[in-house]
Design a protein around this ligand. Structure first.
Ligand SMILES: Cc1ncc(COP(=O)(O)O)c(C=O)c1O
Length: 399
């Protein structure tokens, strides 16, 4: 047998999809599974986006510019300006989702063996992107009982070594729902300048702010503009996950020039998807206002339901559409499996994402799950009831 690469073999599998096989079996047995495990929005995309593709008269799908069409980047400049982000078309590279933007950023910033610091728990695929770029993730724990706010600055600066190239943050955070304040972002910008490293902030959930102060983009801190990179995507904002369109934005011209080389390698972002993404920007303001209102209502309903379950603790998410929940079980992954293999009420069950995969430190978050509030409120209420009954049944299952 020819040998596969160590890198490929060691690439971590996604914890979000780990239990899929059990969910598929449950479905084959006639069980309806409420997917609270993934952030796949169920709200319709702006009709302008879908119509733009339907009306297209293209008789072939050409490559576009590697950087992304200028007309789209120009409209994005207006969109970002509206959010107090002062950038120009040349500062933007359109990517195949935020996923590609993250891969580009890590490859341009880091060499093999370099380190990036990430507050954990974090979006689990950061582990995979880092591993694919041969970069070492250095986690700094943020605490459940302080809503997962930014860890004390000394804890972060203590981790900075000669190999540290960047700090990576997700704001608002998947999986915790924490929204980093202007002060926290500015403090990290100062740290990045002091140590001459990058601060990469994944802002794909920018609009989804449910409480507290408004979102502060890392690119709004203009003093740090040579040290900052922003990652973005249309996936969640416009329910266009399958479009695969994102962006990497930075005022650092030399970084952009080098990201462009990666963009050239993959030729261009997807043609139809770009059409949909550009048209989505012309959706009326009421579209996003409605979406945000809906997620906030879902959050309130879910939190309210979960708080009524004995011995369950919820970390209040201020943004995005996820929360971390502490369950009265030793191993939340075993419990999540039990929900799919041994439990249902009226042929219905729920699928959760065990939170340990969102930490890179070993043996942390074992009793936690991440729940995505991406179902309508009626289903969320039902899902919470199923969870409560399942916890009771699990006590007998695992004495
Ligand atoms: C924090 C975060 N970043 C990036 C992504 C990937 O986004 P995209 O679909 O644009 O690749 C996700 C998807 O869930 C996410 O939650």
């Amino acid at each position: 047998m020819p040998q596969l690469s160590k890198k490929g073999i060691e690439l971590p599998t996604s914890p979000i999809r780990k239990l899929v096989e059990h969910a598929e079996k449950a479905k084959a047995n006639g069980i309806e599974v409420f997917h609270l495990n993934i952030g796949q929005p169920d709200i319709a995309a702006p009709k302008q986006a879908i119509e733009a593709v339907k009306k297209s008269k293209l008789n072939l799908l050409p490559y576009g510019p590697s950087q992304g069409k200028l007309s789209y980047r120009s409209k994005l400049v207006d969109y970002y300006n509206y959010h107090n982000i002062n950038i120009e078309t040349d500062d933007i590279i359109i990517t195949t989702g935020a996923s590609e933007a993250l891969t580009f950023a890590l490859n341009v910033i880091c060499d093999a063996g370099d380190e990036i610091i990430i507050p954990e728990p974090f979006y689990a695929n950061y582990n995979g992107f880092a591993s694919a770029a041969s970069v070492r993730v250095v986690p700094v724990i943020s605490e459940f009982h302080s809503k997962f706010q930014l860890p004390a600055l000394e804890k972060i600066s203590d981790k900075i070594t000669s190999k540290t190239k960047a700090i990576l943050l997700c704001n608002p955070s998947n999986p915790t729902g924490y929204v980093y304040s202007k002060k926290e972002i500015q403090t990290l910008c100062e740290l990045a300048i002091k140590h001459d490293i990058f601060l990469i902030v994944d802002e794909v959930y920018r609009e989804f702010i449910h409480d507290g102060e408004p979102h502060y983009s890392v690119l709004s801190d203009e003093k740090a503009s040579m040290h900052t990179v922003m990652i973005d995507s249309v996936s969640k904002r416009y329910s266009l996950c399958g479009a695969r369109v994102g962006s990497l934005v930075s005022k650092n011209d030399s970084l952009i020039q080098n990201v462009m080389k990666f963009a050239h390698l993959r030729l261009s972002p997807p043609t139809y998807a770009l059409m949909a993404s550009e048209a989505a920007l012309s959706a009326p303001k009421s579209y996003l206002e409605g979406v945000i209102k809906e997620y906030k209502a879902r959050r309130n309903t879910l939190i309210n339901q979960l708080e009524q379950i004995p011995n369950v603790e919820v970390s209040h998410p201020m943004g995005a559409f996820y929360c971390i929940v502490k369950l009265p079980v030793e191993d939340a992954e075993d419990f999540s499996k039990f929900l799919l293999t041994d439990f249902s009420i009226n042929n219905k069950t729920v699928m959760l994402a065990p939170a340990k995969g969102f930490y890179s430190s070993p043996n942390v978050g074992l009793d936690e799950v991440r729940i995505a509030f991406i179902l309508d409120q009626e289903k969320l209420i039902l899902a919470a009831t199923i969870l409560e009954k399942a916890l009771e049944a699990y006590k007998k299952f695992v004495p």
